[in-house]
Design a protein around this ligand. Sequence first.
Ligand code: ARG
Length: 459
Amino acid sequence: MKLWGGRFAKETSQLMDDFHSSISFDKRLYAQDIRGSQAHAKMLCKQGIISAEDEAAIQQGLCAILEDIKAGKVDFPASSEDIHMHVESLLTERIGDAGKRLHTGRSRNDQVALDMHLYAKDCCDETIALLCEMEETLLKLAKKHAGDVMPGYTHLQRAQPVTLGHHLLAYFEMFKRDIIRFQNAKKAADVSPLGSGALAGTTYPLDREFCANELGLAAVSMNSLDGVSDRDFLLEYMAAASICMMHLSRFCEECVLWSSLEFGFMTMDDGFSTGSSMMPQKKNPDVAELIRGKTGRVYGDLMALLTVMKGIPLAYNKDMQEDKESFFDARDTVVKCLHVFHEMLASATFRTENMKKSANDGFANATDCADYLVKKGVPFRDAHSIVGQLVAKCLSKGCAIDEMSLAELKELSNAFEEDVYEAISLNTCVSARNLIGGPAPQRVLAAVEMGKRWLETVE
Ligand code: ARG
């Protein structure tokens, strides 16, 4: 008979069991479920609701079940419905009546909410740690490439020169915001709903704060209806994960472009590339493409749970069991992607010579050339037009601006002098962009130091 079978005259149909059982996926919550039960039992005893002997038997029984699950000795049959009922049944099988007292003053509704809070909090820590590793690698690479000039793009057209270090630090900033979002998600998870009961609390004199404290949770939820039916903390993790995947996906898109023959800015390590079964020359950036593709899954997970939650009345409804597979999939995906992307990035080679050549060939210094004329007294709009004509001339000759002779330059404006070549050299162009947030090598190095100091503050 089911643990709740008292009022039923008949067994549930097999079809029903298969349909509503969640144990195939919520078994991953076993450690959180057992921790929660241990805290609950300790509190029941402290409050005089169960005896010390019962509590001791429960604690021992739960420890043994935890060990057995870890050792792979426990089966999870679909007939057990969910992890909560399974652990409770195992306990009662092993220790008898004391096991039946564990659920006093508790419902699976506050129990499952607690399990998810504990699990999500751990996921936040895990994800933040992976992001921090990525940030360290980005800082290391940015320092190494602080002075390596590359073209910056708008509309994917070469625009102005930047440094590779600066480009990489853009991602540092993006992942920094992700870390802050996961920290906020962690705050939302760091709450104990235990004591909310099924929906309306309980008449037993529970000490909710004691349980929260035992479990290392910062606060107790303030409304029993909200306590059992809030899944915002999961959505917050998934929203942070979606934005983080969007950042990874943009980075991956650049890796795909950069490792093409057309760009030639990056070479992936062989260990993170694949070949073609037909075309012998191929080396494909599969990791980057897969991460770009998996971003869609995580968005889908977020949308799925948002949609589950949008129509349900207070408090618990079985719809909410659908939170788990979406959440687990989002967590599994973002964790796997962060891990493999980090390895791929750390093992890739940047082809800085090609970057420099590309910056040279692409008129990335045209704005600087116009600014040079402005400094010589030419109004900016006129300077813009003069350099525009100059670029057209270079294009027809097939050369760069600094390959024009001074005489040729003077045909377009008398303001050009010998010092123009120095003024529009790529190194001058980037070094001159020496303001907060700019690409100048000194700024990049300073930003790396600031980034390191920030990373040290991340908890
Ligand atoms: N397996 C359920 C879930 O994940 C646990 C809570 C069940 N509560 C209930 N009243 N049926 O949501």
